[in-house]
Write a protein that binds this ligand. Structure first.
Ligand code: DOR
Ligand code: ZN
Length: 407
């Protein structure tokens, strides 16, 4: 058994000066706990490991952008212990064999890896075979990286019906592609279209990367009428706007595009009010070379997995959100929505933890980036609050070197 001592542990919604003892699971929380291995974390706080439900890992043919090993290092260095990988790989995660292969590759990383299954015209009628092998499904309604868009409305109905029968969460990229300002303007309509489908089929719907006030308000309304919907926003929508895109071009090109300053402010407000279910990164790595060819030709997407926790720790320090809210949107809610035995520091749950020095201050530099893509849209930002150690199912990493495994 390993014991973390001296720290303040986030339990039952607040920080408490307690020890936590664990092997693969959290076994005891209390004072003066015994254990063969003791990790002195005085002066630090301990939170549940962060769960990022939206990352693009790229392993297979685009592993030059990222692979499971580099993604794993990036995630751990930021305090992310669990990721959900999107299926728009090349080739996509649309069959049992591919998903199996992807999970096998994920084992080189030290993080918890979950996988979305792709929905295509070809595999649509055999999703029940794929379902036991994936953790959720992903449907693309808007053009983006990969070739997974389905725009036929009759097929949408069929997909909602079939996925609902599998009882899996259906994550939907609801925003159309095209001119950035138009995509932002129509996000509300596109999301309402999907909410209606979820209502009609009683689907467990998860809306990815929501960017605008009107869309959030529509989802909040939909919840009142008992539609089973959750949604995420992403750090780039909290930190940048269309104005920044004007200045920085392709480096801030992503789908859906950055919205207005009013939307950005609203997202922070909604986060504080508990209206946002999940913050996920949509970590979408493309190389520096690929991003250097001008706005029109560059691929859409920005990396983010390694800086999500520090960006939000800094926001906690700045008084923008509470620690409790951070844990809710990065740990508890993602675990609850996707049914994982994680997301809280509680006895019996997986020992996924992040030890944080809330006072440590560092500037994000390109040299420090762990993602294979080798850059970050947050370069130059100075943040206060960084992870110093992570624990993944009992195995601890400090700073990135594995400690002894729990026996
Ligand atoms: O900007 C994006 N990039 N949005 C997406 O939906 C996909 C992603 C990617 O895979 O590059
Ligand atoms: Zn994405």
């Amino acid at each position: 058994m390993t014991v973390i001592t001296g720290a303040e542990i986030f339990v039952d919604g607040e920080l408490r000066k307690l020890d936590v003892a664990f092997d693969e699971k959290i076994r005891t929380i209390g004072r003066n706990l015994e254990g063969e291995e003791r990790l002195d974390c005085s002066g630090k706080i301990v939170l549940p490991g962060v769960i990022d439900v939206h990352v693009h890992v790229r392993d297979f043919e685009q592993s030059y952008k990222e692979d499971w090993a580099s993604l794993g290092r990036a995630a751990l260095s930021g305090g992310v212990t669990t990721v959900f990988a999107m299926p728009n790989t090349q080739p996509p995660l649309d069959s049992v064999a591919r998903v199996r292969d992807y999970r096998r590759r994920a084992q080189v990383s030290s993080i918890n890896a979950y996988v979305y299954g792709a929905i295509t015209r070809e595999n649509l009628r055999s999703l029940d075979e794929l379902a036991p092998h994936v953790d959720a499904f992903k449907l693309y309604l808007g053009e983006t990286t990969g070739q997974l868009v389905i725009s036929d409305k009759k097929l949408h109905r069929e997909i909602f019906k079939i996925v609902t029968e599998t009882e899996k969460v259906l994550a939907v990229h609801a925003q159309r592609g095209g001119d950035p300002d138009e995509v932002t303007r129509y996000e509300h309509d596109d999301i309402c279209y999907v909410l209606d489908l979820a209502a009609a089929f009683d689907t467990k719907l998860h809306l990815v990367h929501v960017t605008t006030r009107r869309a959030v308000e529509a989802i909040v309304e939909a919840k009142k009428s008992k539609i089973d919907v959750s949604f995420e926003t992403c750090p780039h929508y909290l930190f940048f706007t269309a104005q920044d895109r004007e200045e920085r071009g392709a480096w801030l090109k992503m789908n859906p595009p950055l919205a207005t300053e009013e939307d950005r402010e609203f997202l922070w407000w909604a986060l504080g009010e508990g209206l946002i279910d999940i913050v996920a990164t949509d970590h979408a790595p493309h190389t520096i070379e690929e991003k250097s060819v001008g706005y029109e030709r560059a691929p859409a997407g920005v990396p983010g997995v390694e800086f999500l926790p520090p960006l939000l720790f800094d926001a906690v320090n700045a008084g923008r959100i509470s620690l409790a809210r951070l844990v809710e949107v990065c740990c508890r809610n993602p675990a609850k929505r996707f049914g994982l035995p994680k997301g809280e520091i509680a006895i019996g749950l997986d020992a996924d933890l992040v030890v944080v020095d809330l006072d440590s201050k560092k500037t994000i530099t390109r040299e420090a980036v762990q993602s294979k893509c080798g850059w970050s849209p947050y370069e130059g930002m100075t943040l206060r609050g960084w992870p110093v150690m992570v624990v993944v199912r009992g195995k601890w990493y400090y700073p990135l070197t594995p400690g002894p495994s729990p026996s």
